[in-house]
Design a binder for this molecule. Sequence first.
Ligand code: GZL
Length: 312
Amino acid sequence: GATMLASAVFGATAASALTVGFSQIGSESGWRAAETTVTKQEAERRGIDLKFADAQQKQENQIKALRSFIAQGVDAILLAPVVETGWESVLEEAKDAEIPVILLDRTVSASDDLYLTAVTSDLVHEGRVAGQWLVENVGDRACNIVELQGTTGSSPAIARKKGFEEAIAGHDNLKIIRSQTGDFTRTKGKEVMESFLKAENGGANICALYAHNDDMALGAIQAIKEAGLKPGEDILVVSIDAVPDIFKALDAGEANATVELTPNMAGPAFDALEAYLNDGVVPPKWIQTESKLYTQADDPMKVYEEKKNLGY
Ligand code: GZL
């Protein structure tokens, strides 16, 4: 009858009328570019009007974007927080405006009543998986490790370091001899690796590289080759993200292992948001995405073909 028709029409209108503000960190890595592509596709699929703001890695730009979204009266906000701290006041403002905030791929140190849910992988587990691969593949030989950390103060940089160190603890032959941020970029990863090589006898003292993402590893692989060494052999290479280009390196024997991070955080985020706004279903504070280890044994070029058109 009329009621059914009205609710059907209203329901359809309500669902398609969602306006969501997305404060994205930037495009520091191939993985982040893919996350942006996928988020726009997921919004499109759902008829969500997505307001996109790129912060060029600056927290103050993210805070400005959130204030603008609040002023516009969006229905919800997606935030990929560049660093963990400094969010309390702007998240309080969103809460006062009754605008739910969903965190994507990174967390904040603020209390969890300031956001609806966080869609992230288990970042500590990723570090453990990377460390475990090295423990299993180095055996008892002495192995000096250099580490390229992610963006200083970001939850992935803190967590991935923690997990890796947990995995190698108790294996005294495995030692991190140098550790520095490469800010998740290829350029910086290459630069910092060049300095590690120079400082360590041209790389003769280095047995392995642990990079918090593939982009820094890919930059470092370039530096290792330019130093006349064989990445993947003279210096083992372990990283995280599983972007297409790391599979080319795995296939070429220039990298050894990567831990997959899905770029599709927005799918689960929008599902939780719609259930919350349309049916009042309160999501858990953490929606965890999976992490899968890939090595040279996993048909890298097949995986490359599967991933290469996903917007990296
Ligand atoms: C991790 C995510 C990281 C990626 C990097 O969840 O925040 O940020 O691993 C990106 O590639 O820069």
